[in-house]
Design a protein around this ligand. Structure first.
Ligand code: CO
Length: 498
């Protein structure tokens, strides 16, 4: 990466908030198999498969805006590549709540992140029924495409046309609408013979229960459960994500409290009732995998560093240590009841920073070191290196090196040398989570493609940009036929899986 260091200088341009917030608009159409023309660059004939993305597609109904985009109904985008041709499909997840609200064109459910029904406190108090909005992630498991939202069950979709089949129990594994995390990991490095998908569901309360599940995700048993075990942990647990190594599943229990009263009384959304508790200590809750060497042993609980984590990047084992990279915030980021999410003050909003936890399983201690001080989110690793030592990570980051701002650039970082490389969409463009697709048969960890949905503030539209993941050179741009609001997570499925 040395010859590319000169690119490592970012412009100090300031973004226009109106360009950023213009992405927040309702998706009005559903398209199926619409062919895409390349607008810039060259087609990539060896890229065969489908990019799936999820994110909020409804931000407003009948003049009422959501309080937070995370409360928006899930809309799935699929961009399929076959022999150099690209086609586009998008559909809403037809959840029960979406269909009901679509019918009357108003919000009739409260949102976890603060969206209230019209009519004030009196119309919201004691109304605790939440809508499964299926808006966080989309991933294949067996022959089902799953639209995920962590507080309730997965919706099953047809991977080809994105039509919703309905809530799935995953062949009887889950109770109907049982909580199922939005951050499953596809693991190519476990001790199981097949590729596996490992994930969890959490039932929270004074004592919380984590259900850890491993499914086969290839071959004739694809979609079948392999391992299933429940663990109890003390206290309230807000667990959005986790990390894996070959032998362990690692959870970080943030030091936060949940005071449900303002939610029950109709004043706040449930997530607005989460608050950091400086008197509490965060904990690592490290669970032996049933496919690993320590099967059946009790979980290991170790004090964790201060800070709030939504997302982990990767973890690996080094003797009796676990090395875990995560994005840390000083505090839980929440949009207050009187704030407008389209006009938040980035300077006063907690910023994500990439940090490394060194966890000593024998000594039962942990230490936190900084990897980069630049604001970032949505960091990924080469999927073939999940759970084992990886040298590189790619992420969405701010244009500037310091301070908080919208995510406008893509960064590749060498986690050992800290060497960085950037591609930027600033000043008018805004990035989302990069999806890393390794080049088939490649020996190099960083060889492949990055697929990124961009909000193009110049033309007020969405683009798909494909970068070379090794040097971040721009390979191809496709202008998309619909406008896609800033989204959440996605995945890549190889052609052979579809
Ligand atoms: Co997430």
């Amino acid at each position: 990466m040395t010859s590319l260091q000169e690119k490592n200088i970012l412009n100090n341009q300031v973004f226009d908030k109106a360009d950023w917030s213009s992405a927040y608009q309702n998706v009005e159409v559903e398209l199926e198999n619409q062919s895409l023309k390349i607008s810039k660059g060259n087609i990539i004939p060896e890229l065969n498969g489908t990019l799936f993305r999820n994110g909020p597609g409804i931000l407003e109904r009948d003049g009422q805006w959501l309080h937070h985009p995370f409360d928006g109904d899930g809309m799935i985008t699929a961009i399929k590549f076959k022999n150099g041709k690209a086609s586009f499909t998008n559909k809403f997840v037809k959840t029960e709540g979406f269909l009901k609200e679509q019918n009357v064109n108003k919000f009739i459910y409260r949102g976890v992140f603060g969206t209230q029904k019209k009519g004030g406190v009196i119309n919201n108090a004691f109304n605790l029924k939440l809508k499964n909005i299926a808006n966080t992630h989309v991933i294949k498991l067996g022959d089902e495409l799953l639209a995920l939202w962590e507080a309730a069950g997965p919706h099953s979709l047809d991977p080809n046309n994105l039509e919703t089949n309905g809530l799935t129990t995953l062949k009887g594994v889950l109770k109907k609408n049982e909580a199922f995390s939005a951050h499953p990991k596809v693991d190519f490095n476990s001790n199981s013979a097949d590729e596996v998908l490992i994930t969890f569901g959490v039932q929270t309360g004074p004592t919380s229960t984590i259900r850890l599940m491993e499914f086969s995700n290839s071959g004739k048993n694809s979609g079948q459960i392999l391992f299933d075990r429940k663990y109890k942990l003390k206290g309230f647990a807000f667990l959005h994500d986790f990390a894996i190594t070959t032998n362990w599943a690692i959870f970080l229990q943030n030091a936060i409290d949940f005071n449900p009263l303002p939610f029950v009384m109709g004043q706040k959304g449930a997530a607005q009732c989460l608050k950091s508790n400086p008197k509490k200590t965060a904990k690592f809750f490290i669970v032996p995998r049933d496919s690993g060497l320590f099967r059946g042993q009790p979980p290991i609980i170790i004090d964790a560093p201060e800070g709030f984590v939504f997302h982990h990047v990767n973890a690996y084992e080094n003797d009796s240590n676990i090395i875990l990279d995560s994005i840390f915030y000083d505090d839980f980021p929440s949009v207050g009841p009187d704030e407008d999410f389209r006009n938040i003050d980035f300077d006063n909003y907690p910023a994500g920073k990439l940090k490394r936890s060194l966890i000593d399983l024998k000594g039962k201690s942990s230490k936190l070191v900084s990897i980069s001080n630049q604001t970032c989110e949505f960091a990924v690793t080469n999927p073939n290196f999940l759970g084992i030592k990886s040298n590189y990570s790619w992420m969405a980051c701010t244009e500037r090196k310091t301070g908080n701002a919208p995510l406008q650039a893509i960064k590749k970082i060498n986690l050992e040398t800290k060497e960085e490389l950037f591609w930027s969409a600033a000043p008018k463009g805004f990035v989302s989570e990069p999806i890393m697709v390794p080049k088939e048969g490649s020996k190099y960890e960083d060889e492949g493609y990055l697929l990124i949905l961009i909000w193009n503030g110049s033309r007020r539209g969405s683009d798909l940009i494909i970068l070379n993941s090794s040097n971040l050179e721009e390979l191809a741009t496709y202008e998309l036929p619909i406008n896609i609001p800033h989204g959440l997570h996605g995945s890549w499925a190889n052609e052979k899986l579809i």
